[in-house]
Design a binder for this molecule. Structure first.
Ligand code: ZN
Length: 63
């Protein structure tokens, strides 16, 4: 379920809410991490998938 994956910071989990599609990059207002929208969404999807598969969540992501 890709819901909210382009809204949630892949680093700290902060949900910054809906953003217009034309915004390709954003900076998290909580941890100040700069994100590419699609990459951030992809990382969030990976987190969701890995949590479902092995229950380890963020442990798989090292970068
Ligand atoms: Zn953040």
């Amino acid at each position: 379920d890709p819901k909210n994956t382009s809204r949630i910071c892949s680093k700290c989990g902060y949900n910054s809410g809906a953003k217009p599609l034309e915004i390709r990059e954003c900076t998290c207002s909580k941890c100040q991490t700069k994100h590419d929208r699609d990459i951030n969404a992809a990382v969030n999807i990976l987190h969701k998938g890995s949590t479902k598969l092995n229950g380890q969540g963020l442990a798989m992501v090292t970068s």
